[in-house]
Design a protein around this ligand. Structure first.
Ligand code: SAH
Length: 397
């Protein structure tokens, strides 16, 4: 096994439970730069003390993942099986809950092995691969999934790394094909999910607890759902007894997807009850301000970065200004639910910015609750790993 040496601060991070290694963490980066994807390496500190084993997998940010802190673990199908079994065990409550049929089954480094995530859609599986290094071991994952105690009917995948021209980014891998859509249950909520068609399947499981909160609070409220995509939050609000929901998204596909989700939940699809607006959120906010429209609940769950024809939005630089407007269009006594999944936007900075937005809005706002990732999204100690931050503000006046 080949040894590579890492710098002292990287070694301390690994000791503390972080898993991600960057190229600059290595003492001689030129030595490791060309290491092939999927290669297993031993890492040691400058004094040649063994620190752990890692696998090369270049992705977004990161060069390799530590998967073990001891010599004995052998990178093998058997090791993956152990991690997968632990992950299944950790989600027993979800597997045993007949009212929740979709969730995250394996959350990469948080479940022991980085470079991939696996989602469960009612006996169908989608594997998301984030590096070619992780993808090299695909067969072991597929075999383990098919041999495991959970009954897998079919497997899909998305490849989120540089592909050559012969490779398909989103495809069916093995087993049965899912009906399009399959209907996923999340407590009383039904969601239509399309597997193998797009990067996003239509529902982000990490917001499950926030949707539940919305459902519990929404009775009698007028609810504005911004960056609404498939209307997942609007469904929660509608089922919770909202007097009206308004879903706003710039993408045309949102219209049919939201309508479909309303229908499969027996919610009305006309504009008086559940309005769907295909337009830019920033234009909608201007319209709401111009016409003095306000809402009892405003939900805002934007992407970290977005560019539309007219606007560019980057959460770190632009959320503060957006939130000023959101507080202004929230009725006295209402709730403003602000979410970001930007991993470099820390919770502290997000809270600081949103509090500042509250002050600048001229409203009296109070942070009353916050949400992070649910239990099926375990994280490593890497700072970027707990990416989801959701803040609930009460707007007093
Ligand atoms: N909140 C959603 C997920 C949002 S995904 C949920 O609960 O599932 C991000 C969405 O933002 C995409 O559907 C995209 O079309 C939309 N979007 C990005 N920029 C936008 C803009 N400026 N105005 C309206 N929608 C936008």
């Amino acid at each position: 096994m080949k040894y590579f040496y890492i710098k002292a601060f990287a070694s301390r991070r690994i000791q503390a439970g972080e898993k991600l290694l960057l190229l600059e963490d290595f003492e001689d980066s030129y030595d490791i730069e060309d290491a092939p994807e999927g290669m297993i390496i031993f890492i040691a500190d400058r004094e040649h003390h063994f620190k752990g084993q890692a696998v090369i997998g270049r992705q977004n940010k990161g060069f390799a993942w530590v998967f073990s802190l001891n010599h004995e673990d052998l990178w093998s199908k058997e090791l993956f099986r152990l991690y997968l079994e632990e992950a299944i065990e950790h989600r027993q409550l979800l597997f045993n809950d007949p009212t929740t049929t979709g969730f995250r089954l394996f959350n990469g480094e948080g479940d022991g092995i980085g470079g991939l995530s696996i989602d469960w859609y009612d006996h169908f599986i989608q594997i998301n691969w984030y590096s070619r290094g992780a993808y090299k071991y695909k067969d072991w994952w597929i075999e383990n999934l098919l041999e495991s105690t959970i009954n897998v009917e079919g497997i899909y995948e998305t490849k989120r790394f540089d592909l050559d021209s012969t490779e398909e980014a989103i495809c069916h891998v093995t087993g049965k094909k899912a009906s399009q859509p399959i209907i996923i249950k999340e407590r009383e909520r039904n969601y239509a999910v399309y597997l193998g068609e797009d990067w996003m399947t239509g529902i982000f499981f990490d917001q499950r607890e926030v949707r539940q909160f919305v459902q519990e609070q929404a009775q009698g409220m007028s609810v504005l759902n911004l960056f609404s995509y498939t209307g997942a939050f609007s469904i929660a609000a509608g089922l919770g007894g909202a007097s009206k929901t308004t879903s706003v998204d710039v993408a045309n596909r949102s219209f049919d997807l939201t309508k479909e989700n309303l229908s499969i939940n027996d919610l009305k699809t006309n504009n008086d009850w559940n309005e769907i607006r295909i337009m830019d959120v920033f234009d909608y906010i201007d319209y709401a301000k111009r016409t003095s429209k306000d809402f009892d609940m405003v939900i805002c769950d934007p992407p970290s970065f977005a560019r539309t024809k007219k606007y560019v939005f980057s959460a770190i630089t632009d959320y503060l200004n957006l939130a000023i407007d959101l507080f202004r269009i929230t009725k006295p006594g209402g709730l403003c639910i602000l979410s970001t999944n930007h991993s470099n936007y820390t919770k502290e900075k997000f809270i600081e910015d949103m509090n500042e937005a509250g002050r600048l809005s001229g409203k009296k706002v109070q942070l009353i609750q916050s949400f992070g990732l649910p239990d099926d999204y375990p994280t490593s100690e890497d700072p970027s790993s707990a990416y989801l931050k959701v803040l609930v503000y009460y707007c007093a006046e």
